[in-house]
Design a protein around this ligand. Structure first.
Ligand SMILES: Cc1cc2nc3c(=O)[nH]c(=O)nc-3n(C[C@H](O)[C@H](O)[C@H](O)COP(=O)(O)OP(=O)(O)OC[C@H]3O[C@@H](n4cnc5c(N)ncnc54)[C@H](O)[C@@H]3O)c2cc1C
Length: 541
């Protein structure tokens, strides 16, 4: 679109995959399907897809608790744009692709990159596709139930209507852990489950209690935690019962949220609600945690996708806007800001794609499994937190227009804090890193061995590696957990950018983030960095 009155207008249609300066090579290295991503990158980069994202968030979901006759229905009405974008994701297989090929053959890497592209345009629909993808890992703990649900879970049909399973052509599955008394501390849950008969794995129970946050309540079923006689247990709670009647699962209200507005999040109540036990009674947390391990990867991925989109928007704006007689992109201080942001996004992309490869191979490779155990919470902590200052600074690059809804920047800004909260808030994740280091020393060995490959190439980096070799082998005082995770993330990013990054980006990363020649805010890179070159990498081609 031609610039009108020096107004750049919305970002032009572009291929989100091929325009990314590091993603295609990173995906190739991890064994993903570059051709498929290239095709998808152009679909999600169109004005039409962006418009779907806008509409889905402007027209937020509505809860209908009753029908006109006063019967309980507990249904959510979404704008058609939300359904269209979710259908696009389901059709692409984002909720199921990891199961379509044997582990290690690249489907999970491809799927993660697809997810990273589409959530740049619309974040809210990522929640149900992420949960459905993770749910099957947990469901497989109960083979008789998985046998019924798996074919519909891996179906690429988006079937939005609530109906008996026998009539469905595809399902989505959500997750309910958080209660009023405790989100992080799920052991404080009060929901209870009693067996209908003898109980045991796969048996029917009846649930009483509530969940404080259950996102994507239009899903066909939820994996929930509740206390059974032998302790905290995991249940599959469908919305429609096998006999075709509705389960007694009641939605009290939808949360009025800061962001992620296209995605409904409900407060729900169990009252004689039917649920089927997944795995052993009393083993609910380890059973559901397998799902959480993969949703944490997705949430970290969303941190990166927010950063990428915000910095692309900033790059587009400054490349098409003049001030004081020149393009903003040619102004040295703007170059410094944009380059500083771009460095953050590129290293984040390298981290998430490396982690994606580890998740791809962790069922067939012990090193990858151990690496992922530590690298997943590190990425979840760091990438979701970093997206906040990155999106904020990118918004400022767009000036006053960045504060206006038309620009998409306010939506990205509102999304950013969420990823650091759900699937484990920052402190909880930082503490989990200490737990992983103590309980799974092999995860420390695997993680450090990967970092050690960069030893001998930079004195400051070697010093950090020396420190980590000591710190990670000692008990971690809780109070120092965040200091450690920052160090781990920065050092990991440094080793990746050194090995795989552009040399100018790598130089800038090292002098600012590793040698410490950097302020506390963005735009403080030393002038010796190739700012002009790095800044231009942020402009989507
Ligand atoms: C939009 C949205 C959608 C959501 N969707 C779902 C969903 O679908 N299903 C679901 O189950 N949940 C969902 N959640 C809930 C989310 O997972 C919880 O909010 C999150 O786990 C934190 O729990 P909490 O809100 O109870 O906060 P708390 O557990 O009370 O934590 C508050 C703060 O205390 C910190 N903290 C906790 N423990 C410690 C400690 N030991 N030491 C130091 N600090 C600590 C936390 O890091 C956090 O900063 C959703 C939340 C949001 C905002």
């Amino acid at each position: 679109m031609a610039s009108f009155d020096n107004q750049p207008g919305p970002i032009a249609c572009y291929n989100l995959f091929t325009a990314d300066p590091v993603l295609p090579d990173a995906v190739r290295r991890e064994g993903g399907d570059v051709g498929l991503l290239e095709a998808f990158g152009s679909v999600v980069g169109t004005e039409q897809t962006r418009e779907l994202g806008r509409l889905a968030n402007k027209n937020t979901p509505i809860l209908h608790t009753h029908d006109p006759r006063g019967e309980r229905i507990d249904e959510i009405e979404y704008h058609p744009a939300y359904h269209t974008i979710l259908e696009l994701a389901v059709d692409a297989g984002i909720h199921c692709m990891r199961y379509e090929q044997p582990a290690g053959e690249g489907a999970y890497v491809t799927r993660n990159a697809l997810m990273g592209l589409i959530t740049q345009i619309e974040m809210g629909h990522g929640c149900p596709t992420s949960m459905t993808s993770g749910a099957l890992v947990t469901l497989r703990n109960q083979p008789d139930i998985a046998e019924i649900w798996e074919p519909l879970t891996v179906s690429r049909n988006y079937d939005k209507d609530l109906k008996p399973l026998s009539e469905k052509t595809g399902v989505l599955i959500g997750m309910g852990m958080t209660e009023r008394q405790g989100g992080s501390d799920v052991r404080a849950n009060t929901s209870r489950a009693q067996p209908v008969g003898a109980g045991g794995p796969g048996a029917e129970y009846r649930l009483e209690g509530h969940k404080w946050f259950t996102s994507a309540p239009m899903c066909d079923a939820f994996l929930v935690l509740a206390y059974a006689p032998k302790g905290m247990s995991c249940f599959l709670v469908p919305r429609v019962l096998p006999d075709g009647n509705r389960n007694s699962l009641f939605y009290l209200r939808l949360k009025d949220k800061l962001g992620n507005r296209s995605n409904a999040s409900a407060e729900l109540e169990f009252s004689n609600t039917a649920g089927w036990l997944i795995g052993e009674e009393g083993r609910g947390i380890p059973t559901i945690i397998e799902m959480v391990h993969s949703t944490r990867l997705d949430v970290a991925n969303w941190g990166v996708s927010l950063m990428r989109q915000a910095v692309s928007q900033a790059g587009w704006h400054v490349a098409n806007r003049e001030a004081f007689g020149a393009q903003l992109l040619d102004k040295p201080l703007m170059q410094n800001v944009l380059a500083d942001l771009e460095i953050e996004v590129e290293t984040a992309t390298l981290m998430i794609t490396r982690l994606s490869g580890a998740h791809e191979r962790m069922d067939v490779d012990d090193h990858e499994k151990s690496f992922a155990r530590l690298a997943t919470p590190i990425a979840k902590y760091w990438l979701t937190k970093q997206s906040n200052p990155v999106v904020r600074e990118a918004l400022e690059c767009v000036g006053g227009n960045g504060y206006v809804e038309d620009s998409m920047m306010p939506r990205l800004y509102r999304e950013a804090p969420l990823n650091a909260i759900w699937e484990g808030a920052g402190n909880v994740i930082a503490l989990d890193i200490g737990r992983a280091a103590a309980k799974n020393p092999e995860s420390v060995t695997a993680f450090l061995s990967e970092l050690e490959m960069a030893r001998g190439r930079d004195g400051y980096l070697d010093k950090q590696l020396d420190d980590l070799q000591v710190t990670l082998r000692e008990p971690l005082p809780e109070v120092e957990a965040r200091r450690l995770v920052e160090k781990l993330a920065r050092t990991w990013a440094a080793t990746l950018v050194l090995e795989h990054g552009d040399p100018a980006v790598s130089d800038a990363y090292f002098c600012s983030r590793i040698a410490g020649d950097h302020g506390s805010l963005f735009g403080t890179l030393p002038a010796s960095c190739d700012l002009d070159y790095i800044a231009r990498r942020a402009v989507p081609a």
